[in-house]
Design a protein around this ligand. Structure first.
Ligand code: HEC
Ligand code: HEC
Ligand code: HEC
Ligand code: HEC
Ligand code: HEC
Length: 353
């Protein structure tokens, strides 16, 4: 750990001077300290300050580098989707330190959601942290630290992880493009904070900054328990239950889904008949292409049993079942079956004779 208090102070000063360029938005008139939010637009000053954080906090930096927060702008899945809907609105979250009206400078894009985006929130430049008695390591921070209990709650994530479709008020649930915070508030696990689940480090008191989720087969498989049984010569019942998930599964991006598929097959392994279901938010294009309408939300929020019938031709044949977690590329209105996939991760599978 290196010490460079004057540089730090200078950098913090540089950063808050850049605050003049900040795209102002109404921060809820909450008491005290503001929480992390999109649309900061502090540009290169934020990058310079972030490099200082990275130099001193090596463990957190190694975790953050390669995370979807750091990669929020450069991630190919996002870039492909942005190419279809290139709105300044998207940039406010995916490259929050850039000017939303412009393609960001490479270093700003490469930083994505930076240390500074979450931790340097006030104009004064002090570092936001959770309440704790004294220093974490016995060392004294060479920078200001503001401790606020809300930083340890969903408030730290809320302004990026819940938002309305562009042009809608977001007053109704079906106007939300992402609703993870509301889902969390309605979950039986609401007393557990986002960070307790997503930043947990076993056996240590340090918070992890990896935020792996959708890219980790281990985590995704552990998040759902599945059982399948044949309930008639032609039908299968698949039971799914989320395990330790504090919101709907899947949550977040609207084009994610769980695919439940069953196939009856013959001795030559040829598929005789098949059936599938998608657990997701189902949208319908409004008449005249004026946006989307939410028709059904059947994502997992608790235990659920689905019955799939394969038709008379399946009788007497083995049935293979599979649960896939799928990230759909921007569907541009295509039907579920025609959607192009960014990824299809197998969560569970089996064969019933
Ligand atoms: C010159 C080295 C240095 C720089 C630069 C630096 N830090 Fe620190 N920071 C420390 C030290 C030392 C501590 C106190 C020991 C600890 O908690 O790690 C600390 C404490 C913290 C804490 C509080 C940890 C707790 O106790 O809860 C946070 C959060 C933090 N730093 C984040 C940042 C961020 C974000 C940046 C960039 C804006 C930054 N630091 C820049 C050295 C530095
Ligand atoms: C400044 C905005 C911002 C803040 C604040 C923020 N996030 Fe994120 N987060 C993002 C963006 C943008 C992505 C997705 C990047 C991508 O995939 O392109 C993301 C991705 C994630 C992912 C990975 C999702 C996946 O698909 O694997 C998790 C988990 C996550 N965030 C949790 C949190 C938690 C918990 C907090 C609060 C402690 C938080 N985030 C705060 C913007 C933010
Ligand atoms: C998406 C938001 C987000 C980003 C990006 C982020 N942090 Fe954090 N960080 C948090 C939150 C939230 C906590 C507190 C978690 C808790 O304990 O509830 C935290 C905790 C910390 C701590 C205290 C460690 C501990 O054990 O409590 C340090 C130090 C820290 N962050 C440094 C950094 C540095 C350095 C970076 C960039 C390399 C960074 N953070 C990026 C949200 C973020
Ligand atoms: C009780 C634990 C728990 C809580 C609380 C929780 N999550 Fe999760 N979350 C999970 C699990 C489990 C997954 C599945 C992958 C994993 O383990 O990371 C997940 C997945 C995600 C994903 C990946 C998207 C997807 O496809 O499902 C995001 C984004 C996310 N959580 C954000 C949040 C945010 C933001 C909060 C707080 C508002 C939060 N989570 C609260 C357990 C939790
Ligand atoms: C208010 C903040 C916010 C805005 C605005 C926003 N996003 Fe996101 N986006 C997020 C967060 C947070 C996630 C992570 C949730 C998850 O992983 O499911 C995410 C995830 C994504 C993903 C999944 C990326 C991956 O790596 O899997 C895509 C694609 C995406 N957003 C595209 C867009 C596009 C295109 C726009 C503009 C039309 C947009 N987003 C606007 C916050 C935002």
């Amino acid at each position: 750990m290196q010490r460079s208090t004057p540089i730090m102070t200078l950098l913090l000063a540089a950063c808050s001077a850049g605050g003049a360029k900040e795209v102002r938005e109404e921060v809820p008139a909450a008491r005290g300290v503001s929480m992390p939010r999109p649309g900061r637009a502090r540009g290169e000053a934020a990058v310079a300050l972030n490099r200082a954080c990275e130099r001193c906090h090596e463990a957190e930096s190694a975790e953050w580098r390669g995370s979807l927060h750091q990669r929020a702008h450069v991630e190919p899945a996002y870039q492909r989707s942005f190419a279809i809907e290139p709105l300044p609105f998207c940039r406010r979250c995916h490259v929050p330190e850039g000017d939303p009206m412009l393609e960001p400078a490479p270093a700003v894009g490469e930083m994505g959601v930076g240390c500074v985006t979450c931790h340097v929130v006030e104009d004064g430049g002090a570092v936001l942290a959770v309440p704790r008695e004294g220093s974490r390591t016995g060392e004294i921070a060479p920078h200001g630290v503001v401790r606020d209990a809300r930083f340890a709650t969903a408030d730290a994530c809320a302004s990026c992880h819940e938002f309305a479709f562009p042009g809608s008020s977001g007053k109704r649930r079906d106007e939300l493009m992402q609703s993870t915070v509301s889902e969390h508030a309605e979950s039986s696990l609401r007393a557990t904070s986002c960070a307790s689940c997503h930043m947990q480090v076993d056996g240590e008191r340090r918070s992890s900054h990896v935020f792996a989720a959708s890219r980790s087969p281990e985590l995704m498989r552990a998040a759902v328990r599945v059982a399948a049984e044949r309930i008639s010569p032609t039908a299968v019942r698949v039971s799914l239950a989320p395990v330790g998930v504090g919101h709907a599964l899947p949550t977040g991006d609207l084009f994610r889904r769980i695919e439940v598929s069953v196939e009856a097959f013959g001795p030559d392994n040829l598929v005789i008949s098949s059936a599938r279901r998608y657990l997701t938010r189902h949208f319908e294009m409004k008449k005249g292409g004026a946006g989307k309408r939410l028709v059904l939300d059947d994502r997992l929020t608790g235990e659920r049993a689905l019955e799939l019938d394969l038709g008379a031709e399946a009788a007497g044949h083995p049935i293979a079942w599979r649960i896939g977690y799928q990230r759909v590329a921007h569907p541009e209105g295509a039907a579920h079956e025609d959607a192009v996939l960014e990824d299809d991760m197998e969560l569970a599978s089996g064969v019933i004779r």
